[in-house]
Design a protein around this ligand. Structure first.
Ligand SMILES: CC(C)(COP(=O)(O)OP(=O)(O)OC[C@H]1O[C@@H](n2cnc3c(N)ncnc32)[C@H](O)[C@@H]1OP(=O)(O)O)[C@@H](O)C(=O)NCCC(=O)NCCS
Length: 165
């Protein structure tokens, strides 16, 4: 069907496109403090090594993977097991078309279904499009960590947001 949109669990055959979309976000320089490019081998291991409740989902638009979202452990400590730390990346040429909103809506439902109590994320302070997306879905800003990382030889502030489910 034309322009049909669906969200489904990521599988190993998505590893290449997940890595490609991830790398676009890394190259942007304002999406993540991660600097090492991903590849399909890395993503396959990343998919295989996670407990099922830490879901990874992809959005497909007309059969083409256009973005992904993951629920990641916030900490290995048992006390934090009800907190999901999220990552979300949309293919560069598909941004601004509602894929991020679509993925986040599914991510929230999946987090509830998987028994999480809250979602958190750490974003680079100043990533206004991401912040707009999170605010639109009820995330609240918790605060800013100043000079928290170094990217391109400059100190970067990060902002933490959360949503109680
Ligand atoms: C942040 C990101 C996931 C958002 O996904 P997206 O598919 O582009 O977002 P959507 O199209 O669903 O739009 C979400 C909101 O941002 C707004 N928006 C999107 N692109 C925009 C742009 N270029 N300029 C201004 N606003 C924009 C939309 O209008 C929408 O707001 P609205 O609901 O008030 O209309 C995506 O841009 C991305 O992958 N960026 C790189 C990776 C990244 O930064 N990840 C987040 C790390 S914390």
């Amino acid at each position: 069907m034309e322009n049909s949109k669906l969200c489904r669990p990521a599988n190993l055959s998505d590893a290449g496109i997940v890595a490609e979309i991830w790398n676009q976000g890394i190259e942007d320089g304002n999406a993540t403090l991660e600097t090492k490019p991903r590849n399909d081998v890395f993503v396959k291991q990343w998919l295989l090594n996670r407990e099922p409740r830490y879901s990874v989902m992809v959005a497909e638009l007309s059969g083409e993977v256009s973005g992904w979202l993951s629920l990641n452990p916030f900490s290995q400590r048992e006390a934090y097991k009800f907190v999901a730390d999220i990552s979300i990346y949309v293919k560069k040429d598909m941004r601004g078309t509602g894929i991020g909103t679509f993925l986040l809506d599914h991510g929230i439902i999946t987090a509830v279904n998987n028994g999480f109590h809250k979602m958190v994320l750490t974003m680079i302070h100043g990533n206004e499009i991401a912040k707009k997306l999170y605010l639109s879905r009820g995330f609240l800003s918790v605060g800013i960590l100043h000079e928290q990382g170094i990217l391109n030889e400059r100190w970067v502030d990060t902002e933490i947001m959360e949503k109680i489910l």
